[in-house]
Design a protein around this ligand. Structure first.
Ligand SMILES: [Fe+2]
Ligand SMILES: [Fe+2]
Length: 186
């Protein structure tokens, strides 16, 4: 279980950010102002932490290890992995769309609010279903087929990857960013 716990811990941090994206959505629906720098920080978290730190671990390490167990895993799980990879791309596309729309919003565009609303709604809906598929189906399937040695290797690969992207200090920095965002979007 323990390398998967690393991914589940990352999910907890991203889930806090999904709640913040929902807050932005409800503010926009109520026609309340949103602070562009705060929203920008939120989008940057999605682009860097959710996409680079978390999704890369799944695609480059977890799913690669799963390939070695192709015969033991069901067709449903393989189909889900294909969808999950597509959704990682869609998540980044939606964050990029939010980024562009905020720039227009700052310039006073009247249609930018609608663009942001569409992107945040799609992001929240997609990510909730995405985490559910990973936590209910894909991660448990992986835990079942991995040997103790493979789990150790996977955890070591995760640690090696984390070092490349800033190690524990980077994780602490992202946690601090989420705390700041929670205060700013209260
Ligand atoms: Fe994922
Ligand atoms: Fe995930």
């Amino acid at each position: 279980m323990y390398p998967i716990q690393i991914l589940l811990d990352e999910h907890k941090l991203v889930e806090r950010v999904i709640k913040l994206v929902e807050k932005v959505r409800s503010k926009l629906k109520k026609k309340k102002e949103i602070s562009a720098p705060t929203f920008w920080k939120l989008v940057e978290f999605i682009q860097s932490y959710a996409d680079v730190i978390h999704h890369s671990k799944e695609e480059d390490i977890l799913f690669m290890h799963m390939r070695e167990h192709e015969a033991e895993l069901s067709e449903k799980v393989w189909d889900q992995i294909g969808v999950l990879i597509d959704e990682h791309i869609q998540g980044l596309d939606l964050a990029n769309e939010m980024h562009k729309a905020i720039r227009e919003y700052q310039r006073g565009s009247t249609s930018a609010r609608k663009r942001i609303l569409r992107a945040v709604t799609n992001y929240v809906d997609m990510m909730k279903a995405h985490f559910k598929a990973e936590e209910d189906d894909v991660f448990p399937a992986m835990v079942k087929v991995l040997s103790k040695a493979e789990k150790d290797n996977m955890a070591a690969d995760f640690k090696r990857f984390d070092k490349l992207v800033g190690g524990a200090a980077a994780h602490r920095r992202y946690e601090k960013i989420v705390l700041e965002l929670e205060k700013e979007l209260r």
